[in-house]
Structures are given as C-alpha cells and as structure tokens.
Design a binder for this molecule. Structure first.
Ligand SMILES: [Mn+2]
Length: 332
C-alpha cells in the first residue's frame, strides 16, 4: 500500500466537491486519469469537475467524456486532484484564467509519475511514483488499495491512458506490472481492440490531407548522407491545411523513419517573416535541444524547436546543415 493512501482517502472523504486538474500539456494519460477519477468520485457521491487550462487536442477526442473537461475552475470546490504533473509552470494557462489563489487555498493531492522534483509547495500530498509507466497505473493501484469501485468507463479510461503513455506497452518504462494491470483490465471487460479502433477513427485524414501529405513527402530534402531530413512549409500551405491538420506532423514520422536519418527538421515559413523550426532526433541521439539552442530555441533531448524572425530560409537551411554536421562530428 502506498504510504500516502490513507491520507488520500481522508481528504476525499472530507470533500463534497472535487476538481480534477490536467496541466497545459494534456495527453492520453492525463485525460484518461481524469476520466477514471471522475467515475470513481461520482461513485463516492462527490460533485466532480474536470478542468484543463487549454483545449484538448483533437487526437484525444476518442476518449468519451473529453468534452466534459472545462477551461475554468468552478466557483465552489473543496479539494483539487492534480494528475500527471508536479510543475506549477505547466498550470500557467489555468492560473491565468482562474488565479493561483483559487487552487492554492484548497487542499491539493498530486498524483504523478514524472521524475522531476516538482515545485507546488502548497500541495498537501504528492503521490509520485516515477517507476509507474503512467499516472493511470498509480490510480489503478490506488483503486485496489482503497477499494474504489471501477466501472467499465473508468477501466476503459485507465487502459487507454496506460496504452497511450507506453505507446501500446512498448515504451522503455513499461514494467511487468504495467502489463499485468492491462491483463486485469481485459479480464474485467476492457476491449483493447475497441479502444484502438476508436483511437484510429479520430486520426483519420480527409482525402485532401492524404494527398497533401504525399506532396510533403516528395519535398523532403536529405543532406549529410541522409542523416539530416529537412522540409520547408510555406505560408500558403500553412493557411490552407493547418485548420485541418498540422502540416509538420504529416511528414515528421516518415522523415525520422528514413534509412540513416538522425535529425528531422521541419521549417514553417510565415507571412510576417517568422520561421519556426520543429526538430526531432532518433533514439540514441539526444541532441535535439542542442541544435535548437543554436537558433535560440530549446526543448528536450529528442524533441525541440525554435522561432526566428526575418531570416532567409535558404541561408537558414545551410546553417542547420552545418550545425548538424558539427554536432554529429563531435559526438559520433
Ligand atoms: Mn503520464
């Protein structure tokens, strides 16, 4: 049993109305965790509101109930449960809308699996299990420890959330316990094929977008023996296709999956002269942030970006190529 479990039960027992909060970067795990907790708390006769300071991206709309997530805090509530983050900076949109005082004045329970230390000092309890593959995995364990009833909606949400964070149980963080939990959920009625079909339905593209993807793939430029894949997207295409689909995301995966490619970079060229760069690197080459830093950007080891103004695209492409060559020479 988690040492925090007893106190979590007490706080929930005492509360009449509970707010479940997702950070400004909602994903399958944070949404699935929220939806499961919504069911669990409803069964405990709590008034429950799910909140996220930003709109949920369309690819998450396969999880029924996503549209019950509100952008603002309700006027009245007496407990917050924050899922899948421990960082105050990831609550910027929410605190901008509703004010930090509204949440810091109430007791807060954080349920999270991120390694970072966390900086929400006012939280009463921080249940942080970095060995868990997903926050939803922790919620499943809690539900057993505290004898919370899981209905089929809650179980579907937890399973979808675990599959999402583990990329279908293939991510490094997946443990034997993670797989067992999915097994238990299937045993109790969850259909993985139904979940996967629902997910695939929401990532379908219109014929127009599929054809446009074909054009983008043809325009990918390869440099440095294919180790760098580069693509430029001009404003007229951003304007035409972005409302339907983010053009970069149509090509990035294929760029990364090219033989020998290590760096994939997509440049978007806006009308006002702004250029944004989205950078991805392949497993084993954690240099994405280093490349972005060259252009005053930043990010993570394998995913980063930058934003520049008034630059010539062709010169920039040359600079990116030179810098990638240099980074690869330094490290390999
Ligand atoms: Mn997560």
């Amino acid at each position: 049993m988690y040492p925090e479990a007893k106190q979590i039960r007490q706080l929930i027992d005492q509360a009449k109305s509970i707010v479940i909060i997702q950070a400004d970067n909602p994903d399958g795990d944070s949404l699935g965790s929220s939806l499961a907790l919504e069911q669990i708390f409803a069964a405990l006769n709590k008034a429950t509101t799910m909140v996220c300071g930003v709109n949920l991206p369309a690819y998450l709309h396969y999880l029924p109930g996503w549209d019950r997530v509100e952008a603002d805090l309700p006027a009245q509530f007496d407990l917050c449960v924050l899922v899948d983050t421990s960082s105050l900076s990831l609550l910027e949109s929410l605190t901008k809308r509703s004010g930090l005082a509204a949440i810091s004045a109430r007791p807060m329970i954080i349920i999270d699996h991120h390694i970072s230390a966390g900086n929400i000092d006012f939280a009463k309890i921080r249940l942080n299990i970095p060995s868990a593959a997903a926050t939803s995995e922790i919620i499943y364990e809690l539900s057993r420890q505290l004898s919370w009833d899981l209905n089929i909606t809650a179980m579907n949400s937890l399973a979808a959330a675990i599959l999402s964070d583990t990329l279908g149980l293939t991510a490094d963080i997946t443990s034997a316990r993670t797989v067992h939990i999915i097994g238990e959920l299937v045993e109790r009625g969850v259909s993985l094929s139904a979940l996967e079909n629902a997910r695939r339905d929401t990532i379908r593209k219109s014929p127009e977008i599929v054809h446009y993807k074909g054009q983008l793939l043809q325009r990918i430029e390869y440099y440095l023996d294919n180790r760098l894949a580069l693509l430029t997207i001009p404003w007229n295409e951003i304007e035409k296709y972005s409302p339907q689909y983010n053009p970069s995301m149509l090509a990035l995966d294929d760029m990364r999956l090219t033989t020998n490619t290590i760096f994939a970079v997509v440049l978007k060229h806006y009308l006002d002269g702004k250029i944004t760069g989205k950078i991805r690197t392949n497993f084993g080459c954690p240099l994405a942030a280093r490349l972005a830093e060259t252009f005053n950007g930043g990010g993570h080891e394998y995913a980063s970006g930058f934003k520049l103004n008034g630059r010539d695209v062709n010169k920039l492409k040359q600079e990116i190529t030179d810098r990638v060559r240099q980074l690869l020479n330094e490290t390999i």
